[in-house]
Write a protein that binds this ligand. Sequence first.
Ligand SMILES: C[S@@+](CC[C@H](N)C(=O)[O-])C[C@H]1O[C@@H](n2cnc3c(N)ncnc32)[C@H](O)[C@@H]1O
Length: 235
Amino acid sequence: MPQKLDTQDGDIPAWERFAQANAEYYILTSNPPESSPESMERFFATGRQQADAILQESAPWLSGYGKAIEIGCGVGRLTIPMANRFARVVGVDIAPTMLDKLRANAVRFETPNIEGAQVEQCWEADGDADFLYSWLVLQHIEQQELIARLLARTAAALAPTGIAYLQFDTRPRTRGYRLRSYLPDALLPAVWRRGLRRIRRAPETLAALFEEVGLSLLCAYRPGTALHSFLLKRR
Ligand SMILES: C[S@@+](CC[C@H](N)C(=O)[O-])C[C@H]1O[C@@H](n2cnc3c(N)ncnc32)[C@H](O)[C@@H]1O
Protein backbone atom coordinates (compact mmCIF):
# COMPACT_ATOMS: atom_id res chain seq x y z
CA MET A 1 0.00 0.00 0.00
CA PRO A 2 1.28 3.57 -0.61
CA GLN A 3 2.33 5.49 2.45
CA LYS A 4 -0.23 8.04 3.62
CA LEU A 5 1.13 11.40 2.58
CA ASP A 6 0.44 14.91 3.63
CA THR A 7 0.85 16.88 0.41
CA GLN A 8 1.58 20.22 2.06
CA ASP A 9 4.03 19.81 4.95
CA GLY A 10 7.78 19.41 4.88
CA ASP A 11 10.55 20.68 2.66
CA ILE A 12 10.25 18.02 -0.04
CA PRO A 13 7.88 19.02 -2.87
CA ALA A 14 4.71 16.93 -3.02
CA TRP A 15 5.57 15.14 -6.27
CA GLU A 16 9.02 14.13 -5.03
CA ARG A 17 7.35 12.55 -2.00
CA PHE A 18 4.83 10.79 -4.24
CA ALA A 19 7.70 9.53 -6.41
CA GLN A 20 9.58 8.17 -3.42
CA ALA A 21 6.48 6.54 -1.90
CA ASN A 22 4.93 4.85 -4.95
CA ALA A 23 5.51 6.73 -8.21
CA GLU A 24 3.41 4.50 -10.48
CA TYR A 25 0.42 4.57 -8.13
CA TYR A 26 0.40 8.38 -7.82
CA ILE A 27 0.84 8.80 -11.58
CA LEU A 28 -2.18 6.60 -12.30
CA THR A 29 -4.34 6.43 -9.19
CA SER A 30 -6.84 4.23 -11.04
CA ASN A 31 -4.22 1.45 -10.85
CA PRO A 32 -4.00 -0.76 -7.73
CA PRO A 33 -1.30 0.46 -5.32
CA GLU A 34 0.35 -2.96 -5.00
CA SER A 35 3.18 -3.43 -7.46
CA SER A 36 3.42 -6.73 -9.38
CA PRO A 37 4.81 -7.66 -12.81
CA GLU A 38 1.20 -7.68 -14.10
CA SER A 39 0.36 -4.25 -12.68
CA MET A 40 3.58 -2.80 -14.12
CA GLU A 41 2.77 -4.32 -17.51
CA ARG A 42 -0.71 -2.76 -17.33
CA PHE A 43 0.82 0.59 -16.32
CA PHE A 44 3.10 0.70 -19.36
CA ALA A 45 0.35 -0.67 -21.64
CA THR A 46 -1.85 2.31 -20.69
CA GLY A 47 1.08 4.55 -21.66
CA ARG A 48 1.41 2.95 -25.10
CA GLN A 49 -2.32 3.42 -25.73
CA GLN A 50 -2.27 7.02 -24.51
CA ALA A 51 0.84 7.93 -26.54
CA ASP A 52 -0.86 6.47 -29.65
CA ALA A 53 -4.01 8.50 -28.96
CA ILE A 54 -2.01 11.72 -28.47
CA LEU A 55 -0.11 11.17 -31.72
CA GLN A 56 -3.28 10.29 -33.62
CA GLU A 57 -4.94 13.53 -32.48
CA SER A 58 -1.79 15.52 -33.35
CA ALA A 59 -1.00 13.85 -36.68
CA PRO A 60 -2.74 16.41 -38.97
CA TRP A 61 -0.39 19.16 -37.70
CA LEU A 62 2.79 17.24 -36.88
CA SER A 63 5.49 18.11 -39.40
CA GLY A 64 8.40 16.05 -38.11
CA TYR A 65 9.51 13.29 -35.75
CA GLY A 66 12.90 14.73 -34.76
CA LYS A 67 12.69 16.03 -31.20
CA ALA A 68 9.84 15.75 -28.69
CA ILE A 69 9.65 17.19 -25.17
CA GLU A 70 7.34 15.92 -22.43
CA ILE A 71 6.54 18.27 -19.54
CA GLY A 72 5.92 16.14 -16.45
CA CYS A 73 7.25 12.84 -17.79
CA GLY A 74 7.06 10.90 -14.53
CA VAL A 75 8.71 7.46 -14.86
CA GLY A 76 8.36 7.44 -18.66
CA ARG A 77 4.95 5.79 -19.12
CA LEU A 78 4.44 7.96 -22.25
CA THR A 79 8.08 8.94 -22.89
CA ILE A 80 9.08 5.37 -23.73
CA PRO A 81 6.49 4.76 -26.47
CA MET A 82 7.16 8.30 -27.80
CA ALA A 83 10.88 7.41 -28.03
CA ASN A 84 9.92 4.67 -30.46
CA ARG A 85 8.40 7.34 -32.73
CA PHE A 86 10.75 10.34 -32.32
CA ALA A 87 14.52 10.49 -32.88
CA ARG A 88 14.98 12.10 -29.46
CA VAL A 89 12.70 12.71 -26.46
CA VAL A 90 13.47 15.02 -23.54
CA GLY A 91 11.50 14.14 -20.41
CA VAL A 92 11.14 17.13 -18.08
CA ASP A 93 10.04 16.73 -14.48
CA ILE A 94 10.06 18.52 -11.14
CA ALA A 95 10.81 15.38 -9.09
CA PRO A 96 14.38 13.99 -9.15
CA THR A 97 13.17 10.51 -8.21
CA MET A 98 10.80 10.48 -11.22
CA LEU A 99 13.78 11.33 -13.44
CA ASP A 100 15.89 8.55 -11.87
CA LYS A 101 13.08 6.12 -12.62
CA LEU A 102 12.71 7.50 -16.15
CA ARG A 103 16.40 6.83 -16.81
CA ALA A 104 16.17 3.29 -15.35
CA ASN A 105 13.10 2.57 -17.50
CA ALA A 106 14.83 3.96 -20.60
CA VAL A 107 17.56 1.35 -20.05
CA ARG A 108 15.03 -1.42 -19.33
CA PHE A 109 13.00 -0.67 -22.49
CA GLU A 110 16.11 -0.06 -24.61
CA THR A 111 15.27 3.52 -25.56
CA PRO A 112 18.66 5.31 -25.32
CA ASN A 113 17.23 8.34 -27.18
CA ILE A 114 15.53 9.56 -23.95
CA GLU A 115 17.09 12.32 -21.85
CA GLY A 116 15.84 13.53 -18.48
CA ALA A 117 15.84 17.22 -17.48
CA GLN A 118 14.89 18.94 -14.25
CA VAL A 119 12.20 21.53 -14.91
CA GLU A 120 14.58 24.30 -13.72
CA GLN A 121 17.07 23.41 -16.48
CA CYS A 122 17.02 25.24 -19.84
CA TRP A 123 15.25 22.52 -21.83
CA GLU A 124 13.51 25.11 -24.03
CA ALA A 125 16.67 27.01 -25.07
CA ASP A 126 17.25 25.33 -28.47
CA GLY A 127 13.78 26.17 -29.81
CA ASP A 128 13.87 23.14 -32.08
CA ALA A 129 11.16 20.77 -30.83
CA ASP A 130 8.79 19.29 -33.39
CA PHE A 131 6.44 18.29 -30.61
CA LEU A 132 5.88 19.16 -26.97
CA TYR A 133 3.21 17.36 -24.97
CA SER A 134 1.95 17.29 -21.42
CA TRP A 135 -0.63 14.85 -20.06
CA LEU A 136 -2.01 14.71 -16.48
CA VAL A 137 0.43 17.38 -15.28
CA LEU A 138 -0.82 20.95 -15.77
CA GLN A 139 -4.11 19.92 -14.14
CA HIS A 140 -2.24 19.50 -10.83
CA ILE A 141 -0.52 22.91 -10.80
CA GLU A 142 -2.35 25.34 -8.55
CA GLN A 143 -0.52 28.64 -9.26
CA GLN A 144 -1.54 30.37 -12.48
CA GLU A 145 1.87 32.17 -12.68
CA LEU A 146 3.54 28.76 -12.89
CA ILE A 147 1.21 27.69 -15.71
CA ALA A 148 1.93 30.97 -17.53
CA ARG A 149 5.67 30.39 -17.15
CA LEU A 150 5.43 26.81 -18.47
CA LEU A 151 3.36 28.03 -21.43
CA ALA A 152 5.94 30.72 -22.25
CA ARG A 153 8.67 28.06 -22.07
CA THR A 154 6.56 25.80 -24.31
CA ALA A 155 6.36 28.55 -26.95
CA ALA A 156 10.13 29.07 -26.72
CA ALA A 157 10.86 25.31 -27.00
CA LEU A 158 8.97 24.82 -30.26
CA ALA A 159 10.58 24.94 -33.69
CA PRO A 160 8.80 27.38 -36.06
CA THR A 161 6.79 24.42 -37.43
CA GLY A 162 6.49 22.66 -34.06
CA ILE A 163 3.25 22.00 -32.18
CA ALA A 164 2.22 21.52 -28.57
CA TYR A 165 -0.43 19.16 -27.17
CA LEU A 166 -1.48 20.19 -23.66
CA GLN A 167 -4.14 18.64 -21.43
CA PHE A 168 -6.06 20.66 -18.84
CA ASP A 169 -9.12 20.01 -16.69
CA THR A 170 -11.78 22.51 -17.83
CA ARG A 171 -14.83 21.05 -16.08
CA PRO A 172 -17.05 23.75 -14.55
CA ARG A 173 -16.12 24.88 -11.04
CA THR A 174 -19.23 23.62 -9.29
CA ARG A 175 -20.16 24.57 -5.71
CA GLY A 176 -18.93 21.18 -4.48
CA TYR A 177 -15.61 21.71 -6.23
CA ARG A 178 -15.18 25.20 -4.76
CA LEU A 179 -16.06 23.96 -1.28
CA ARG A 180 -13.45 21.19 -1.52
CA SER A 181 -10.80 23.79 -2.48
CA TYR A 182 -11.31 25.59 0.84
CA LEU A 183 -11.18 22.53 3.09
CA PRO A 184 -7.91 21.58 4.81
CA ASP A 185 -6.15 18.52 3.38
CA ALA A 186 -6.68 16.58 6.60
CA LEU A 187 -10.45 16.51 5.89
CA LEU A 188 -10.08 15.37 2.29
CA PRO A 189 -9.47 12.00 0.61
CA ALA A 190 -5.91 11.68 -0.78
CA VAL A 191 -6.79 12.46 -4.42
CA TRP A 192 -8.40 15.78 -3.46
CA ARG A 193 -5.44 17.02 -1.42
CA ARG A 194 -3.12 19.77 -2.60
CA GLY A 195 -0.54 18.55 -5.10
CA LEU A 196 -2.60 15.60 -6.30
CA ARG A 197 -5.98 17.22 -6.82
CA ARG A 198 -7.05 18.43 -10.23
CA ILE A 199 -7.39 22.18 -10.69
CA ARG A 200 -10.24 23.17 -12.97
CA ARG A 201 -9.51 26.11 -15.28
CA ALA A 202 -11.90 28.08 -17.43
CA PRO A 203 -11.16 27.70 -21.18
CA GLU A 204 -11.32 31.52 -21.49
CA THR A 205 -8.54 31.89 -18.88
CA LEU A 206 -6.41 29.43 -20.83
CA ALA A 207 -7.16 31.16 -24.13
CA ALA A 208 -5.92 34.46 -22.62
CA LEU A 209 -2.75 32.79 -21.35
CA PHE A 210 -2.05 31.17 -24.75
CA GLU A 211 -2.49 34.56 -26.42
CA GLU A 212 -0.19 36.25 -23.88
CA VAL A 213 2.71 33.86 -24.54
CA GLY A 214 2.32 33.79 -28.33
CA LEU A 215 0.63 30.42 -28.81
CA SER A 216 -2.32 30.07 -31.17
CA LEU A 217 -4.92 27.36 -31.09
CA LEU A 218 -5.06 24.79 -33.89
CA CYS A 219 -7.70 22.49 -32.45
CA ALA A 220 -9.15 21.26 -29.15
CA TYR A 221 -10.53 17.89 -28.08
CA ARG A 222 -13.03 17.05 -25.31
CA PRO A 223 -13.85 20.66 -24.27
CA GLY A 224 -15.38 21.10 -20.81
CA THR A 225 -14.04 17.77 -19.53
CA ALA A 226 -11.18 16.61 -17.31
CA LEU A 227 -9.23 15.67 -20.46
CA HIS A 228 -9.58 18.85 -22.50
CA SER A 229 -6.60 18.79 -24.87
CA PHE A 230 -5.35 21.81 -26.79
CA LEU A 231 -3.20 21.68 -29.92
CA LEU A 232 -1.15 24.85 -30.27
CA LYS A 233 1.51 26.37 -32.47
CA ARG A 234 3.76 29.41 -32.18
CA ARG A 235 2.20 32.54 -33.52
C1 LIG B 1 0.23 12.40 -12.86
S1 LIG B 1 1.94 12.40 -13.25
C2 LIG B 1 1.88 12.19 -15.04
C3 LIG B 1 3.16 11.58 -15.59
C4 LIG B 1 3.11 11.32 -17.10
N1 LIG B 1 2.76 12.52 -17.84
C5 LIG B 1 2.15 10.20 -17.41
O1 LIG B 1 1.05 10.46 -17.90
O2 LIG B 1 2.51 9.06 -17.13
C6 LIG B 1 2.43 14.11 -13.05
C7 LIG B 1 3.91 14.32 -13.26
O3 LIG B 1 4.15 15.73 -13.40
C8 LIG B 1 5.27 16.08 -12.61
N2 LIG B 1 5.13 17.50 -12.26
C9 LIG B 1 4.29 18.08 -11.38
N3 LIG B 1 4.46 19.41 -11.34
C10 LIG B 1 5.42 19.70 -12.26
C11 LIG B 1 6.04 20.90 -12.70
N4 LIG B 1 5.71 22.10 -12.20
N5 LIG B 1 6.99 20.81 -13.65
C12 LIG B 1 7.36 19.63 -14.17
N6 LIG B 1 6.82 18.44 -13.78
C13 LIG B 1 5.84 18.49 -12.84
C14 LIG B 1 5.21 15.13 -11.42
O4 LIG B 1 6.44 15.00 -10.76
C15 LIG B 1 4.77 13.84 -12.10
O5 LIG B 1 5.85 13.11 -12.57
